[in-house]
Design a protein around this ligand. Sequence first.
Ligand SMILES: Nc1ncnc2c1ncn2[C@@H]1O[C@H](COP(=O)(O)OP(=O)(O)OP(=O)(O)O)[C@@H](O)[C@H]1O
Ligand SMILES: [Mg+2]
Length: 242
Amino acid sequence: MILLESLNLVKSFGGVAAIDRLSLTVEKGMILGIIGPNGSGKTTFFNLVTGIFTPDSGKVLFHGKDVTGFRPHRIAKLGIGRTFQVPAPFSKMTVLENVMVSTFIHARTMKMAKEQAKKILGLVRLEEKADQQVLNVTLEDRKRLELARALGTQPSLLLLDEVMAGLTPAEVKASIELIRSLRTKDLTIIVVEHIMDVILSLCDRLAVLDYGSKIAEDIPDRVVNNPEVIKAYLGEHYRARN
Ligand SMILES: Nc1ncnc2c1ncn2[C@@H]1O[C@H](COP(=O)(O)OP(=O)(O)OP(=O)(O)O)[C@@H](O)[C@H]1O
Ligand SMILES: [Mg+2]
């Protein structure tokens, strides 16, 4: 079953196409990786899907319903959650309060919002930091908080934008395990990440962007051996290494 579909999406900034006729389908229950060089349009794609930007043309369908141009709050309520490449938590609030901002999207009472937020902090193993001000937590914890904030909206589709950038190898390993543990038939995930080990250990399928267009889409094994992908992104050293 197709959960998300983009049809011929186009978004330009100052005459330059950041996303160029991008058509992509995401099956329910899968983990799809999106890779590509810096500036190839990965974050812009997330911004188009989540209503931060409206496309110049093309469509976004979620559960078969046209959601193109819906405002971010409405998209979140429909079940698309995301993290931001540059997180902007409410730094003077506590970790728990930050997650409650998200859980309030569905919760009807303060008590429900708090209970739900606590449950999510448990999932991402941040329960012990619940009452700390965000200002005082480590980068790894801020990354986990970013994930918790996305989960707080109870998504059926989760978009992760470089949630492991800047982490140590041990932290990356823990983070991979965490994301694996979130995967269920009811949570479909799209991962944008430059760390290829992360992509290869998590994803069922990969799409590759270059200048806003999709240059490949296939199972990971075939994508990393695709000459066009090696040329545009992975580089010859990657082929040599593997
Ligand atoms: N708000 C914006 N205003 C103007 N140009 C933008 C804006 N957002 C993105 N762009 C441009 O669109 C193109 C795609 O950027 P985007 O951030 O989507 O790339 P990316 O694939 O996420 O890159 P990275 O791997 O570095 O995060 C770039 O040329 C970027 O400069
Ligand atoms: Mg980006």
